[in-house]
Write a protein that binds this ligand. Structure first.
Ligand SMILES: Nc1nc2c([nH]c(=O)n2[C@H]2C[C@H](O)[C@@H](COP(=O)(O)OP(=O)(O)OP(=O)(O)O)O2)c(=O)[nH]1
Ligand SMILES: [Mg+2]
Length: 139
């Protein structure tokens, strides 16, 4: 059992909800092998030293998808504890500017509507992101 004195590793993540001109959002499927394998997510990744969350998101989106985005308004920041680590997800709305998304670090990419997004299996932490997205639509 994990000692109470050794906290779970903590990852700080920048996450992008990327919108296209058709009002769809981009989701990607994590590689089948590895952490949260085969689940869908919003693109993003770990914050590096000396960068802001917005810089992190722009960098991760270039690295993972080879596209340019404009990082816009903050959607939600949430904490979630998985069994072996915990994450802080800093989620921003982004606008797709240029480039055709490439699945450079994932198995698959899709543009989906907010109604379609619920058909895809996401990690537990994503429930709050999807709920927040739905709230913004009705407000
Ligand atoms: N990008 C992204 N990460 C998410 C989402 N939901 C969620 O729980 N996460 C978690 C999964 C990962 O632990 C972490 C993202 O980190 P990452 O993709 O850069 O790296 P990783 O932990 O998969 O792999 P590693 O580099 O630590 O080996 O945040 C989401 O919607 N998007
Ligand atoms: Mg990532």
């Amino acid at each position: 059992m994990r000692e109470a004195t050794s906290p779970l590793p903590h990852k700080i993540i920048g996450v992008a909800v990327i919108w296209n001109e058709r009002g769809q959002i981009l989701i990607d499927k994590r590689p089948a092998k590895g952490l949260l394998g085969g689940l869908w997510e919003f693109p993003g990744g770990k914050l590096e030293a000396n960068e802001t969350i917005k810089e992190c998101i722009r960098r991760e989106i270039r690295e993972e998808l080879a596209i340019e985005v404009e990082v816009g308004s903050h959607l939600i920041t949430l904490e979630h504890a998985y069994t072996h680590f915990r994450v802080t997800l800093n989620v921003y709305h982004c606008r797709h500017l240029s480039g055709e998304p490439q699945p450079l670090e994932c198995d698959e990419i899709r543009w989906v509507t907010l109604d379609e997004v619920e058909q895809f299996p996401f990690p537990k932490a994503n429930e709050k992101i999807i709920a927040a997205l739905k709230t913004t639509r009705t407000s």
